[in-house]
Structure formats: structure tokens, C-alpha cells
Write a protein of this length. Structure first.
Length: 275
């Protein structure tokens, strides 16, 4: 049975409102952002991100304990599904992001996230991870809240891909709190929606059209157990990566095979999310 979709007038209305909202974002970043303190920027970012989701017919649901509005010395780590992930996370817990370099060239959105202080990493250049790690460690050590997507690419939301542990290294010098967050996009009845997915050969505009066609969507943010870098068994980036992976898999209600008891890559999680 085919899922219901919105009418074309509704899609057009959503699109026009979205363009106007992004234009407002351009104006705010170009005129107000330079004069605002970090706490004030966080307020503006959270409000703007939440409104963007509402314009697209999306609501936000929180599971677990939100660590706060802008928790200091905290590294948020989440599974990566969509170009909307940055705004979904920012609607609840504001942070600066580490994202792949390609996002910088995305239409409209790329400029906004760049102006918001995002650190871009060239995934094709292994040396670039060292540069970004140093910047990330400095930001955490100075009390910032940062966020990374350790899969290093997007999935369709049905499961999670192996984590790359490199950026977890930045949490160790300042004993940062690593906060795992599981992201899931679903319909009001709780079934998984892949409309927001920005994976494979899907283009930004194809993804946007699928989102506009959905009558209503819900993004679920499941906050897992906070991990204190450098304490207990969390003494290496690999231990942090594996523990975060487990917490996110738990938040997505995925069955998880036993991990090898050694430092290495996290395994691929089976694509069998419970809907």
C-alpha cells in the first residue's frame, strides 16, 4: 500500500517558506552573528533550527537525558542520515560541527553551516584528520560543545556504519564528555522513513523533494549514556568509539553482534532497525 503524500500546493508552500527561512539565516549570520557571544549564538541557532524543521512538517522527540543547551567540553557523536542532522541536533543541544568538506558546497545550507563555525574535514586526505583533531581538541579544551559524525558518511537510516575512531582522540587531552546520540527519522505511526536520507547517489534536491512530500515526520533524538574520556576503560580513542557505537545502536534498537576485545574498527551493524 502506497504511503500518503502531500499535495503539490502544500509542497510548494513549504518550499517557499523554507527558502525565506534560509534567507533569514543568511541575514542573521551576516549581520548579527559577528556581534554575539557564544551563548547568544546558541540561542539564535537553536530557535532557527527548530523553526526550519517545523517548516518541513517535522517534530522533535527526545529520549534519554539531554545534557543541556550548550554543555561545555562535550563531544556529541551521532549516526549520520541526512543533511537535516545538523539542524535536528542543534534544535536541542547546540554545538559546532565537524563535517565532510563536501557539505561546504551544498546549495544555501553549505554557506549557513560554514558561517556557523563548522570545521570541514577532507576525508580523502588522511593527513587532514590531524589538523582537524588539533582544532577540535583546542575547542573542547576551551569549553566548547562540538559534534562529529564518526561514520564519516551517511546511511539510509536503517542501521549504522562502522565508526572511524580518529576524531575521538580529541576528547582525551581535556577529558571531555562524549555524548552519544541516536538519530532516527520516522512517521507519526513510528515506522522508519528514509525520505530524509542523503545517501548513495541521492542528490540534495531529490532528498528535499521526498521530505516535502511527507505529510508529517518526527525526528527522534535518543541520548545515550555519557562517556567520560580518560576514565575507567575509556583510555583510548578506540574504546570511546566502540562504547559510543554501542550506545547509538541501543538507541536505534538494533541487534548488535559481539565486538572483538581489541582496539580496531567497530563492526558493521546489521540493517534491521526495529520499526
Amino acid at each position: 500500500m502506497k504511503s500518503p503524500t502531500t499535495s503539490y500546493p502544500i509542497r510548494l508552500c513549504r518550499l517557499l517558506r523554507l527558502v525565506c527561512h534560509i534567507a533569514l539565516g543568511f541575514f542573521i549570520v551576516a549581520t548579527r552573528y559577528p556581534r554575539l557571544a557564544q551563548a547568544e549564538r546558541a540561542v539564535v541557532t537553536r530557535r532557527w533550527s527548530l523553526q526550519l524543521l517545523k517548516l518541513l512538517g517535522m517534530s522533535v522527540r527526545i529520549e534519554g537525558v539531554n545534557p543541556g543547551f550548550y554543555p561545555p567540553n562535550t563531544l556529541l557523536v551521532a549516526n549520520h542520515v541526512s543533511w537535516l542532522d545538523i539542524f535536528a541536533l542543534s534544535s536541542c543541544t547546540v554545538s559546532r560541527f565537524v563535517a565532510k568538506r563536501e557539505i561546504r558546497s551544498w546549495p544555501l545550507i553549505g554557506w549557513v553551516v560554514n558561517a556557523g563555525g563548522t570545521l570541514f574535514i577532507d576525508r580523502s586526505n588522511r593527513r587532514d584528520a590531524s589538523r582537524v583533531n588539533q582544532l577540535l581538541a583546542e575547542a573542547l579544551g576551551s569549553g566548547s560543545c562540538m559534534a562529529v559524525f564518526p561514520e564519516a558518511t551517511t546511511s539510509d537510516g536503517r542501521g549504522i556504519l562502522p565508526f572511524k575512531a580518529s576524531l575521538f582522540e580529541a576528547a582525551l587531552p581535556s577529558r571531555s564528555t562524549v555524548q552519544p546520540i541516536a538519530l532516527r527519522y520516522q512517521r507519526p505511526d513510528g515506522t522508519l522513513s528514509t525520505a530524509p536520507a542523503y545517501a548513495g547517489d541521492t542528490t540534495f534536491w531529490e532528498s528535499l523533494k521526498l521530505i516535502l512530500a511527507e505529510p508529517a515526520l518526527e525526528v527522534v533524538l535518543s541520548y545515550g549514556q555519557p562517556l567520560k574520556a580518560g576514565e575507567g576503560e575509556l583510555l583510548t580513542r578506540f574504546a570511546l568509539s566502540e562504547s559510543a557505537y554501542r550506545e547509538i545502536a541501543k538507541g536505534l534498537k538494533l541487534s548488535l553482534p559481539d565486538m572483538p576485545d581489541k582496539a580496531g574498527k567497530t563492526p558493521v551493524c546489521p540493517q534491521d532497525a526495529v520499526q
